[in-house]
Ligand binder design. Structure first.
Ligand code: DGJ
Length: 324
């Protein structure tokens, strides 16, 4: 009996330590939220307000009503522990696109002049022929977002979208334009329109992610292979308008980005270090609710970057220091 109590106490102690493990991120693992449920924020985006990060993404929860499309919002102060806030979109085909309509890759921006949260998402019919963005807005970050409109940005096809906020606060939408390539475009002053093309990169890429570090812009994207992973690529430029370098492999190409696809590059500027997190999705098309996340800090050496093999790591968001 004493042995049993001792073993139980030791196990409980170990579990407590494991659970309290400060900011460990485990690529590819189930990522439990504060309710113990796997985070549903696929193809997502992150914005920071105050000292809190908000993660928005496709909520593909198994118990959702399949007629509706959902976007979930989670909050965190350390990027490792996420509190479920709300299904901020629960939409029933607002653009009348018919059975099997699609809402993917939501990204939220905060517009200072209007004090509105503005969400962009890829909206489409079931054959991906509408190729448009939808806008939803809300007065609070995690309230009910209301559908406003859908359109083709700059009159061009738009499937996968990405989000980029430059250091000066300017907001950009990245969008994949199947016939032409890959746009990085500035939003209008109220964020309710896509106003100006900064560049059209004539490379057929999706899952677009951009970051800016030490005067260099980096763009990351994947090939067009549906839900299957492929070797993601990157290029650099001194300005968003280019000229852009040739595209290079982000990781050994035979490893297909370790089974993931880019969705966002999140820069963390701490008091001691700056790191950029590659956020990727590991899609499971037949069991989408179980799709996983591959988040890893990029290795950055001037204009050369690489995604290291997935392994658990920790981040101190205050100092910016990463440890493995
Ligand atoms: C690849 C895209 O990146 C995903 O968001 C999704 O649209 C799939 N294609 C659909 O096949």
């Amino acid at each position: 009996m004493i042995k049993l109590i001792l073993a139980t106490t030791l196990l409980a102690g170990w579990c407590a330590v494991a659970a309290a493990d400060p900011q460990t991120i485990v690529p590819g693992a189930i990522w439990p939220d504060d309710r113990g449920q796997h985070v549903q924020a696929h193809g997502g985006g992150i914005i920071k307000r105050g000292d809190t990060y908000y993660w928005f993404g496709e909520d593909r929860g198994q118990t959702n009503d399949w007629h509706l499309r959902y976007v979930a919002c989670y909050a965190s102060q350390d990027l490792a522990h996420w509190t479920f806030r709300h299904q901020v979109v629960q939409a029933r085909d607002p653009a009348k696109l018919g059975r099997g309509w699609i809402l993917e890759r939501p990204k939220v921006y905060y517009n200072v002049p209007t004090k509105k949260y503005v969400m962009y998402a890829h909206i489409d019919d079931r054959r991906y022929k509408v190729a448009s963005v939808a806008i939803f807005t809300c007065d609070t970050i995690d309230g009910d977002y209301h559908y406003l409109k859908y359109f083709q940005p700059l009159g061009q096809q738009s499937r996968d979208i990405g989000q980029f906020l430059d250091d000066d606060g300017t907001a950009y939408l990245i969008f994949e334009d199947r016939p032409n390539g890959f746009h990085i475009a500035r939003l209008s002053a109220d964020y309710l329109d896509v106003e100006k093309d900064m560049c059209l990169i004539p490379q057929h890429m999706e899952g677009g992610a951009v970051f800016h570090l030490h005067g260099c812009y980096y763009v990351i994207g994947s090939h067009l292979t549906g839900w299957d992973p492929n070797p993601n690529l990157y290029a650099t430029a001194p300005a968003l308008t280019g000229p852009w370098s040739e595209f290079r492999d982000l990781a050994p190409p035979e490893l297909n980005t370790y089974g993931s696809q880019s969705t966002l590059a999140l820069k963390i500027e701490g008091t001691q270090a700056t790191n950029v997190i590659f956020m990727g999705d590991i899609w499971k098309p037949d069991t989408q609710w179980d799709s996983r996340y591959l988040w890893m800090p990029l290795h950055i050496d001037g204009p050369t970057i690489s995604l290291p093999p997935p392994a658990k790591w920790t981040l101190d968001v205050k100092t910016g220091v990463v440890s493995e």
